[in-house]
Design a protein around this ligand. Structure first.
Ligand SMILES: Cc1cc2nc3c(=O)[nH]c(=O)nc-3n(C[C@H](O)[C@H](O)[C@H](O)COP(=O)(O)OP(=O)(O)OC[C@H]3O[C@@H](n4cnc5c(N)ncnc54)[C@H](O)[C@@H]3O)c2cc1C
Length: 289
């Protein structure tokens, strides 16, 4: 089916087209997700709003004076992976990107698309949740900041409204921290995740200040594991405590039949990988067993 390809020269022009009220008008950035949905007939656009000509205005990746990190929406995943600022300030994001599909995909897909796509089996949503990222969305109605925990809502469903463009993501200053992303794949290493677990621990004076954990690919959207934070913040956990926190957190999730792994196997994957992730970030806290 034919559709119109609009190539705005400015962000305002793009927002004007998106504000026309037609829900089958969509922005297209790298096209890696959208093209597949169109090819298989899941989505038929009337208009695609290409971000190609405005990409240069929205692609900056930089360390901010407040110690945070800004990542422009049209930066490719490869740009983000290669950024020295990202590698220094948010090494967990850098590491997670190295395992996201292939270099070919990362050269094309953009951060804005990776946020707005909303597919359940994606790598970045749990990472952005654990990093406590904020997402900026702009429309003709104005500009708003959305905490990552309120962005990923359901199956291909995000908080980004049809008239909005994701314009950037920000990661706050992390201070003394350690983070890890564990990805389990069913077929090849560059496959979509069967499970993604991101854990970030922040320290103060050598003690655990907070521990944030998030899981992706288990349900229809990535989610935080609040019991991990509640149990470990300000604590000095033993190896046994870590194991029990991981088991308890795995029990809070709702596992579905019908995927590539049974509910019991998915639960075991979560408990084991969460324990390993926690051990790797807070493992040198003195064990009391
Ligand atoms: C072969 C293959 C393998 C993959 N493997 C993985 C994997 O292992 N892990 C993983 O996480 N992902 C994987 N993906 C998914 C990939 O990460 C997404 O397709 C990609 O991130 C989407 O980015 P894009 O720039 O191509 O978005 P597009 O395809 O252009 O757009 C995707 C969606 O986001 C919207 N959109 C795009 N940009 C914006 C914006 N700035 N503001 C608002 N809305 C916007 C579009 O309208 C569309 O709804 C894979 C995809 C393919 C094709």
């Amino acid at each position: 089916m034919p559709f119109d390809l609009i190539e705005p020269e400015t962000v305002d022009e793009a927002l004007a087209v998106l504000s026309e009220g037609d829900e089958t008008t969509r922005p297209i950035s790298g096209g890696s997700g959208l093209a597949l949905m169109m090819k298989y007939g899941f989505f038929q656009p009337t208009k695609l709003v290409s971000l190609r000509r405005i990409a240069r205005d929205l692609s900056a990746i930089r360390a901010l004076p407040d110690g945070g990190l800004q990542i422009g929406a049209t930066a490719t995943l490869r740009d983000v992976e290669d950024s020295p600022d990202v590698e220094t300030q948010a090494p967990m994001l850098h590491e997670s990107l190295k395992r996201l599909a292939t270099i070919r995909l990362r050269n094309v897909a953009q951060i804005g698309g990776a946020i707005a796509h909303g597919a359940p089996q994606m790598d970045l949503p749990p990472v952005l949740l654990a990093l406590n990222a904020q997402v900026q969305a702009r429309s003709r109605r104005g500009e708003r900041w959305i905490p990552a925990e309120n962005v990923f809502l359901g199956y291909y469903h995000t908080a980004i409204e049809p008239d909005e463009l994701v314009t950037q993501a920000r990661i706050p200053q992390l201070g003394d921290h350690r983070g890890t992303y564990r990805k389990v794949t069913a077929r090849s290493v560059d496959d979509w995740p069967l499970l993604g677990i991101a854990v970030l621990a922040q320290f103060e004076g050598g003690s655990i200040k907070t521990v944030t954990a998030a899981v992706g690919a288990i349900s229809d959207h990535a989610q935080l594991l609040p019991t991990v934070e509640a149990s470990l913040t300000g604590s000095e956990p033993s190896a046994r405590d870590i194991r029990s926190v991981a088991e308890d957190a795995a029990d809070t999730l709702d596992y579905k039949e019908g995927g590539m792994a049974s509910p019991a196997y998915q639960r075991r994957l979560v408990a084991t990988n969460l324990r390993l992730a926690l051990e790797s970030v807070i493992g040198d806290i003195e064990r009391q067993e």
